[in-house]
Design a protein around this ligand. Structure first.
Ligand SMILES: NC(=O)c1ccc[n+]([C@@H]2O[C@H](COP(=O)([O-])OP(=O)(O)OC[C@H]3O[C@@H](n4cnc5c(N)ncnc54)[C@H](OP(=O)(O)O)[C@@H]3O)[C@@H](O)[C@H]2O)c1
Length: 274
């Protein structure tokens, strides 16, 4: 049976890599979304009758609703939604610019929510579907100067964990992908320079943010291939898919630390339930 994928943020990075893999499949339709028409020209090299290009900003609820409705009209449904569109931002918590941080929440959290809300009625009526949320290793653990970014991805994790429980009985699965640093243009996000002397030891992390991601170990093509493989060849997907060495080690360390506290303070904790 022909499947239909919808992927947000396919102008570059993971989204573009994944869109190209999906576009090559003869038995799969692709709904590729971007903010600018020209950013989707690369899809003209594929069989365009299986492709719907949708121009939308994920923060624009009306455009999202219209884009999803157009996709449903063209292909009859949506089987796999990949919520990939997202922004990065480097800065210490204290020095980060509130306007930039709110903008990032609008895209990474509420934008993801807009697209999911528009697609859920389609998946519910189909009684099946897979939602792939591109979270981050930093949705489970955190690093200095990436605290606010991390907060957006922790929000995605909490949202997804609840959504998964709500929609599992309806035949819809939710998989959170948690990559470590990978070589995309994600680093083009804004930064808040370190100006407070007390945080000077973090200045290199912020100043080197652009170079840091271009030199990151993660290969976007392999990340896209892995996501495609899980979404296509696994009947039951994992709830969490850490990708990369930092993701695996960092998440394990974070959960180990949390578990240690949970165990150590177990008696105090359960003692408040009186
Ligand atoms: N690269 C990493 O190290 C890494 C690691 C873990 C997780 N991630 C996550 O992976 C996802 C993809 O990022 P990437 O690394 O592939 O970076 P990327 O190359 O910068 O891609 C980000 C995509 O999101 C789109 N986007 C941004 N704001 C949008 C908006 N308001 N509406 C619609 N689309 C919007 C961008 O479109 P425009 O071209 O129009 O800006 C672009 O297509 C993000 O959620 C990111 O947080 C990245």
């Amino acid at each position: 049976m022909t499947k239909t994928w919808m992927i947000t943020g396919t102008s570059s990075g993971f989204g573009k890599e994944l869109a190209q893999i999906v576009a090559k499949q003869a038995d799969t339709n692709l709904v590729a979304t971007a903010r600018k028409t020209a950013d989707l020209d690369y899809l003209d090299a594929f069989d365009t009758k299986h492709i719907d290009k949708v121009i939308m900003d994920v923060t624009d609820e009306t455009a999202v609703q219209a884009g999803v409705a157009a996709a449903k009209n063209k292909f009859g449904g949506i089987d796999v939604l990949v919520n990939n569109a997202g922004l990065g931002y480097f800065g210490t918590i204290e020095e980060s610019n509130e306007k930039d941080v709110r903008k990032m929440f609008e895209v990474n959290v509420f934008g993801l929510g807009n697209v999911t809300k528009a697609v859920l009625p389609i998946m519910r009526s189909q009684k099946q579907g897979l939602i792939v949320n591109i979270s981050s290793a930093l949705g489970v653990t955190s690093l200095p100067t990436l605290g606010w970014y991390s907060a957006t991805k922790f929000a995605v994790e909490g949202y997804s964990n609840a959504l998964r429980q709500e929609v599992a009985p309806l035949g819809i699965q939710v998989m959170n992908v948690e990559p470590s640093g990978a070589r995309t243009k994600w680093n083009a996000g804004k930064t808040a320079p370190v100006e407070i002397a007390d945080y000077s030891k973090f200045a290199d992390m912020v100043n080197g943010a652009s170079a840091g991601v271009t030199q990151a170990p993660g290969n976007p093509e392999l990340i896209a291939e892995t996501i495609y493989d899980f979404a296509t060849n696994h009947e039951t997907v994992p709830e969490h898919l850490p990708l990369g060495t930092f993701a695996t080690d960092g998440i394990k360390q974070e959960l180990t630390n949390t578990l240690k506290d949970v165990d150590e303070y177990h008696d105090i904790s359960v003692g408040i339930d009186k």
